[in-house]
Design a protein around this ligand. Structure first.
Ligand SMILES: Nc1ncnc2c1ncn2[C@@H]1O[C@H](COP(=O)(O)OP(=O)(O)OP(=O)(O)O)[C@@H](O)[C@H]1O
Length: 237
Protein backbone atom coordinates (compact mmCIF):
# COMPACT_ATOMS: atom_id res chain seq x y z
CA UNK A 1 0.00 0.00 0.00
CA UNK A 2 1.15 3.57 -0.70
CA UNK A 3 -0.25 5.43 2.26
CA UNK A 4 -1.25 3.94 5.55
CA UNK A 5 -2.65 5.92 8.46
CA UNK A 6 -3.67 4.29 11.72
CA UNK A 7 -5.43 5.70 14.76
CA UNK A 8 -4.21 9.27 14.30
CA UNK A 9 -5.20 11.67 17.06
CA UNK A 10 -4.22 15.31 17.45
CA UNK A 11 -5.31 17.88 20.02
CA UNK A 12 -4.90 21.64 19.90
CA UNK A 13 -5.28 22.58 23.56
CA UNK A 14 -8.74 21.34 24.56
CA UNK A 15 -9.78 20.93 20.93
CA UNK A 16 -9.53 17.44 19.40
CA UNK A 17 -8.74 18.17 15.74
CA UNK A 18 -8.33 14.48 14.76
CA UNK A 19 -9.85 11.58 16.62
CA UNK A 20 -8.61 8.10 15.75
CA UNK A 21 -8.35 8.66 12.00
CA UNK A 22 -7.22 5.70 9.90
CA UNK A 23 -7.28 4.63 6.26
CA UNK A 24 -5.12 2.99 3.62
CA UNK A 25 -4.62 4.05 -0.01
CA UNK A 26 -3.27 1.82 -2.78
CA UNK A 27 -1.06 2.80 -5.73
CA UNK A 28 -2.96 4.78 -8.36
CA UNK A 29 -5.91 5.45 -6.11
CA UNK A 30 -7.53 8.91 -6.24
CA UNK A 31 -9.05 9.69 -2.88
CA UNK A 32 -11.13 12.79 -2.23
CA UNK A 33 -10.94 13.87 1.40
CA UNK A 34 -14.12 15.84 1.81
CA UNK A 35 -14.77 17.91 4.90
CA UNK A 36 -16.29 21.24 5.84
CA UNK A 37 -14.17 24.03 7.35
CA UNK A 38 -12.57 22.90 10.57
CA UNK A 39 -12.98 19.19 9.78
CA UNK A 40 -9.30 18.53 10.42
CA UNK A 41 -7.98 18.30 6.84
CA UNK A 42 -5.10 20.75 7.34
CA UNK A 43 -4.18 19.13 10.64
CA UNK A 44 -4.01 15.76 8.88
CA UNK A 45 -1.79 17.26 6.14
CA UNK A 46 0.44 18.86 8.77
CA UNK A 47 0.99 15.43 10.31
CA UNK A 48 1.54 13.72 6.94
CA UNK A 49 4.17 16.30 5.94
CA UNK A 50 5.77 16.26 9.38
CA UNK A 51 5.13 19.93 10.10
CA UNK A 52 4.35 18.46 13.49
CA UNK A 53 4.51 14.96 14.91
CA UNK A 54 1.56 12.98 16.25
CA UNK A 55 1.23 12.14 19.92
CA UNK A 56 -0.80 9.10 18.96
CA UNK A 57 -1.03 7.12 15.76
CA UNK A 58 1.03 5.80 12.91
CA UNK A 59 1.77 7.00 9.36
CA UNK A 60 3.56 5.04 6.69
CA UNK A 61 4.32 6.39 3.18
CA UNK A 62 5.35 3.96 0.43
CA UNK A 63 6.16 1.44 3.14
CA UNK A 64 8.35 3.83 5.18
CA UNK A 65 7.36 4.67 8.72
CA UNK A 66 7.21 8.47 8.97
CA UNK A 67 8.51 8.63 12.53
CA UNK A 68 11.28 6.01 12.16
CA UNK A 69 12.44 6.73 8.58
CA UNK A 70 11.28 10.30 7.90
CA UNK A 71 13.73 10.97 5.05
CA UNK A 72 12.63 7.96 3.02
CA UNK A 73 8.96 8.54 3.81
CA UNK A 74 9.07 12.23 2.83
CA UNK A 75 11.08 11.46 -0.33
CA UNK A 76 8.04 9.45 -1.47
CA UNK A 77 5.67 12.36 -0.93
CA UNK A 78 4.77 15.32 -3.16
CA UNK A 79 2.78 18.15 -1.61
CA UNK A 80 0.72 21.06 -2.91
CA UNK A 81 -0.24 23.32 -0.02
CA UNK A 82 -3.29 25.53 0.17
CA UNK A 83 -1.19 28.70 -0.03
CA UNK A 84 0.68 29.14 -3.34
CA UNK A 85 4.45 29.24 -2.95
CA UNK A 86 5.79 29.97 -6.44
CA UNK A 87 8.43 32.59 -7.05
CA UNK A 88 6.40 34.85 -9.35
CA UNK A 89 9.48 36.67 -10.70
CA UNK A 90 11.06 33.48 -12.03
CA UNK A 91 10.07 31.66 -15.21
CA UNK A 92 8.21 28.38 -15.06
CA UNK A 93 11.45 26.59 -15.92
CA UNK A 94 13.51 28.36 -13.22
CA UNK A 95 10.85 27.66 -10.60
CA UNK A 96 11.18 23.98 -11.40
CA UNK A 97 14.98 23.87 -11.52
CA UNK A 98 15.24 25.77 -8.24
CA UNK A 99 12.95 23.28 -6.52
CA UNK A 100 14.72 20.30 -8.13
CA UNK A 101 17.93 21.63 -6.58
CA UNK A 102 16.29 21.62 -3.15
CA UNK A 103 15.65 17.90 -3.69
CA UNK A 104 19.28 17.37 -4.68
CA UNK A 105 18.39 16.87 -8.37
CA UNK A 106 20.89 18.79 -10.50
CA UNK A 107 22.11 19.31 -14.09
CA UNK A 108 20.76 17.08 -16.85
CA UNK A 109 18.70 15.03 -14.37
CA UNK A 110 16.96 18.22 -13.19
CA UNK A 111 16.21 19.31 -16.75
CA UNK A 112 14.81 15.89 -17.64
CA UNK A 113 12.67 15.87 -14.50
CA UNK A 114 11.38 19.40 -15.19
CA UNK A 115 10.53 18.57 -18.81
CA UNK A 116 8.73 15.40 -17.79
CA UNK A 117 6.74 17.16 -15.05
CA UNK A 118 5.67 19.97 -17.39
CA UNK A 119 4.54 17.46 -20.02
CA UNK A 120 2.55 15.55 -17.42
CA UNK A 121 0.59 18.71 -16.62
CA UNK A 122 0.16 19.79 -20.25
CA UNK A 123 2.49 22.78 -19.76
CA UNK A 124 5.33 21.87 -22.10
CA UNK A 125 4.91 25.13 -24.05
CA UNK A 126 4.99 27.36 -20.98
CA UNK A 127 8.55 26.86 -19.76
CA UNK A 128 9.79 30.37 -20.64
CA UNK A 129 6.84 32.30 -19.22
CA UNK A 130 7.15 34.11 -15.93
CA UNK A 131 5.04 32.54 -13.20
CA UNK A 132 3.45 35.97 -12.67
CA UNK A 133 2.05 35.89 -16.22
CA UNK A 134 0.28 32.55 -15.77
CA UNK A 135 -3.40 32.46 -14.93
CA UNK A 136 -4.54 30.91 -11.63
CA UNK A 137 -5.13 27.47 -13.10
CA UNK A 138 -1.71 27.27 -14.75
CA UNK A 139 0.02 28.50 -11.59
CA UNK A 140 -1.63 25.63 -9.75
CA UNK A 141 -0.59 23.19 -12.46
CA UNK A 142 2.98 24.45 -12.14
CA UNK A 143 2.86 23.77 -8.42
CA UNK A 144 1.66 20.25 -9.11
CA UNK A 145 4.44 19.76 -11.70
CA UNK A 146 6.92 20.97 -9.09
CA UNK A 147 5.55 18.52 -6.52
CA UNK A 148 6.16 15.67 -9.00
CA UNK A 149 9.81 16.47 -9.82
CA UNK A 150 11.27 13.86 -7.48
CA UNK A 151 8.77 11.22 -8.71
CA UNK A 152 6.83 10.74 -5.48
CA UNK A 153 4.55 7.75 -5.07
CA UNK A 154 1.99 9.78 -3.15
CA UNK A 155 0.68 13.27 -3.96
CA UNK A 156 -1.12 15.37 -1.34
CA UNK A 157 -3.14 18.39 -2.36
CA UNK A 158 -4.72 20.61 0.28
CA UNK A 159 -7.69 22.44 -1.27
CA UNK A 160 -5.69 23.18 -4.43
CA UNK A 161 -8.57 24.87 -6.26
CA UNK A 162 -9.14 27.73 -3.83
CA UNK A 163 -9.82 30.93 -5.79
CA UNK A 164 -10.27 29.20 -9.19
CA UNK A 165 -13.42 29.35 -11.32
CA UNK A 166 -15.52 26.24 -11.97
CA UNK A 167 -14.10 25.42 -15.43
CA UNK A 168 -10.50 25.77 -14.23
CA UNK A 169 -11.22 23.66 -11.15
CA UNK A 170 -12.69 20.98 -13.38
CA UNK A 171 -9.62 20.98 -15.66
CA UNK A 172 -7.28 20.71 -12.68
CA UNK A 173 -9.20 17.80 -11.18
CA UNK A 174 -9.08 16.03 -14.58
CA UNK A 175 -5.31 16.46 -14.83
CA UNK A 176 -4.75 14.99 -11.40
CA UNK A 177 -7.11 12.08 -12.12
CA UNK A 178 -4.98 11.33 -15.17
CA UNK A 179 -1.83 11.31 -13.03
CA UNK A 180 -3.36 8.69 -10.77
CA UNK A 181 -4.75 6.59 -13.61
CA UNK A 182 -1.83 6.77 -16.04
CA UNK A 183 1.18 7.10 -13.71
CA UNK A 184 -0.03 5.07 -10.76
CA UNK A 185 0.42 8.01 -8.38
CA UNK A 186 -1.65 7.81 -5.22
CA UNK A 187 -3.59 11.04 -4.71
CA UNK A 188 -5.11 12.47 -1.57
CA UNK A 189 -7.15 15.52 -2.62
CA UNK A 190 -8.59 17.57 0.24
CA UNK A 191 -11.58 19.72 -0.56
CA UNK A 192 -14.86 21.03 0.83
CA UNK A 193 -16.44 21.13 -2.64
CA UNK A 194 -18.54 18.10 -3.60
CA UNK A 195 -18.40 18.93 -7.32
CA UNK A 196 -14.70 17.97 -7.34
CA UNK A 197 -15.56 14.34 -6.56
CA UNK A 198 -16.10 11.77 -9.35
CA UNK A 199 -18.39 8.76 -8.85
CA UNK A 200 -15.49 6.30 -9.15
CA UNK A 201 -13.28 8.13 -6.63
CA UNK A 202 -12.61 6.80 -3.20
CA UNK A 203 -14.39 9.23 -0.88
CA UNK A 204 -13.50 9.87 2.73
CA UNK A 205 -15.75 12.27 4.60
CA UNK A 206 -14.03 13.91 7.55
CA UNK A 207 -16.01 15.93 10.05
CA UNK A 208 -15.05 17.22 13.48
CA UNK A 209 -11.91 15.12 13.35
CA UNK A 210 -13.63 11.83 12.58
CA UNK A 211 -14.16 9.78 9.43
CA UNK A 212 -17.91 9.57 8.83
CA UNK A 213 -17.77 7.65 5.55
CA UNK A 214 -15.10 5.81 3.58
CA UNK A 215 -15.71 4.05 0.27
CA UNK A 216 -16.39 4.61 -3.43
CA UNK A 217 -18.23 7.92 -3.91
CA UNK A 218 -20.84 6.22 -6.14
CA UNK A 219 -22.63 9.51 -6.76
CA UNK A 220 -21.92 13.07 -7.83
CA UNK A 221 -23.58 16.48 -8.15
CA UNK A 222 -26.66 17.40 -6.16
CA UNK A 223 -27.07 13.83 -4.88
CA UNK A 224 -23.61 13.82 -3.34
CA UNK A 225 -24.01 17.34 -2.04
CA UNK A 226 -27.28 16.40 -0.27
CA UNK A 227 -25.75 13.23 1.17
CA UNK A 228 -22.71 15.19 2.43
CA UNK A 229 -24.88 17.84 4.07
CA UNK A 230 -27.11 15.21 5.71
CA UNK A 231 -24.09 13.34 7.02
CA UNK A 232 -22.30 16.37 8.46
CA UNK A 233 -25.50 17.90 9.92
CA UNK A 234 -26.38 14.67 11.67
CA UNK A 235 -22.95 14.54 13.26
CA UNK A 236 -23.23 17.94 14.94
CA UNK A 237 -23.76 17.23 18.65
N1 LIG B 1 -2.51 25.48 15.28
C1 LIG B 1 -3.75 25.35 15.81
N2 LIG B 1 -4.01 25.77 17.06
C2 LIG B 1 -5.24 25.64 17.61
N3 LIG B 1 -6.29 25.08 16.97
C3 LIG B 1 -6.11 24.68 15.72
C4 LIG B 1 -4.83 24.79 15.06
N4 LIG B 1 -4.96 24.28 13.82
C5 LIG B 1 -6.24 23.88 13.71
N5 LIG B 1 -6.94 24.11 14.84
C6 LIG B 1 -8.35 23.75 15.09
O1 LIG B 1 -8.49 22.36 14.80
C7 LIG B 1 -9.70 22.12 14.07
C8 LIG B 1 -9.37 21.50 12.72
O2 LIG B 1 -8.77 22.51 11.89
P1 LIG B 1 -8.12 22.25 10.45
O3 LIG B 1 -7.51 23.55 10.01
O4 LIG B 1 -7.28 21.05 10.52
O5 LIG B 1 -9.41 21.93 9.58
P2 LIG B 1 -9.64 22.04 8.01
O6 LIG B 1 -10.53 20.90 7.66
O7 LIG B 1 -8.34 22.13 7.31
O8 LIG B 1 -10.40 23.39 7.87
P3 LIG B 1 -10.23 24.56 6.77
O9 LIG B 1 -10.88 24.04 5.54
O10 LIG B 1 -10.99 25.68 7.43
O11 LIG B 1 -8.76 24.83 6.64
C9 LIG B 1 -10.42 23.46 13.99
O12 LIG B 1 -11.35 23.53 15.06
C10 LIG B 1 -9.32 24.48 14.15
O13 LIG B 1 -9.82 25.66 14.74
Amino acid sequence: MSLQIRDLTQNWGQKRALDGVGFTLEAGEFCALLGPNGAGKSTLFGLLTRLFTPKQGHISIAGHDLSRAPDKALASLGVVFQQPTLDLDLTVWRNLLYFAGLHGIKGAAARTAARRALEQLGMGERADEKARDLNGGHRRRLEIARALLHRPRVLLLDEPTVGLDAATRHALVSHVHALARERGITVLWATHLTDEVAAEDRLIVLHQGRILRDGPAGMTGAQLSDAFLALTRKAVP
